[in-house]
Design a protein around this ligand. Structure first.
Ligand SMILES: C[S@@+](CC[C@H](N)C(=O)[O-])C[C@H]1O[C@@H](n2cnc3c(N)ncnc32)[C@H](O)[C@@H]1O
Length: 258
């Protein structure tokens, strides 16, 4: 369901996916797509389905649905607390060190987390290797990420080829669904306004679906620097780092002056 004008959540010129409890901010206008995407994930979950959610944080329609239908839910997060609230994780661990045995789950789901793994010191390919390892053969790895917003460079720049290469190491059945890429009649949102990135402008949500196939490749190798600022400097272009700093200064200024 890539285009807003075809989406079942569109009513007139309003996106009804946005919960009334969410402030209507540009970020939430885009994030609303995760509600619709999770509704699709939930259709795959029935009694007995074994689900692992990566980077579950404190908000999970998947957790609520699993409880309702009698599916087996596990969630992991690298942090016990997120914005001061306890996460719903059943295990606190990083995705690159998943402690579940091979092929434990039918579905491995990640809402808006993959783009942040680099920030927490996890190489995306190492985390994904673990997601595919704990997923049964024929099961699905389902991730959704914002494009042209934040996180690792391939997501900031919307480099679909790099994202596809990342997943193709583990599966030859990788599908992309870009949600809100064509947002008409809804408001066009560009969360990287004034930053020049390649390709079409606009922030959207990319849903990625990959089928777990045998055999898995060898565990990806590669050094990851321990210090986040250095990792970010190695990942991003200098002009993006300056852009981010400039935005942080502006945000701080707005907070102080309001
Ligand atoms: C933007 S939040 C999204 C949280 C939740 N999925 C949601 O949609 O509200 C990103 C989450 O990924 C988690 N995370 C980041 N790096 C991680 C890693 N290496 N392993 C596991 N979780 C990670 C963060 O702690 C955070 O809870």
């Amino acid at each position: 369901m890539p285009n807003c004008n075809e989406c079942r959540w569109l009513e007139g010129s309003t996106c009804k996916a946005i919960p009334t409890s969410w402030p209507v901010t540009p970020v939430n206008l885009v994030r609303a797509c995760t509600i619709a995407i999770n509704e699709e994930y939930c259709r795959l979950i029935t009694a007995g389905t074994r689900v692992l959610e990566i980077g579950c944080g404190i908000w999970s329609p998947i957790y609520e649905h699993c409880k309702k239908v009698g599916a087996k839910y596990d969630g992991i997060d690298i942090s016990e607390y997120y914005y001061g609230q306890r996460t719903i994780a059943t295990r606190i661990e990083s995705v690159e060190h998943l402690s579940f045995p091979d092929e434990t789950f039918d579905l491995v789901i990640g809402n808006q987390t993959l783009e942040h793994w680099n920030e927490s010191g996890c190489r995306p390919e190492k985390g994904l290797y673990q997601c595919f390892r704990v997923c049964r053969v024929g099961g699905l790895v389902l991730m959704n990420v914002p494009i042209h917003f934040h996180g690792a460079r391939m997501f900031v720049e919307g480099n679909l080829e790099a994202i596809n290469n990342l997943f193709s190491q583990f599966s030859s059945e990788v599908h992309f669904i870009p949600w809100r890429r064509h947002s008409s009649p809804l408001k066009f949102v560009d969360l990287l306004e004034n930053y020049s990135y390649p390709g079409e402008r606009g922030t959207y949500t990319l849903a990625i679906k990959a089928v777990r196939q045998p055999p898995l490749p060898a565990i990806p190798k590669g050094y990851h620097c321990r210090w986040r600022p250095i990792r970010e400097m190695l990942d991003h272009k200098v002009d993006f780092l300056f852009y981010k700093m400039w935005k942080q200064v502006l945000d701080a200024w707005h907070k102080v002056s309001s």
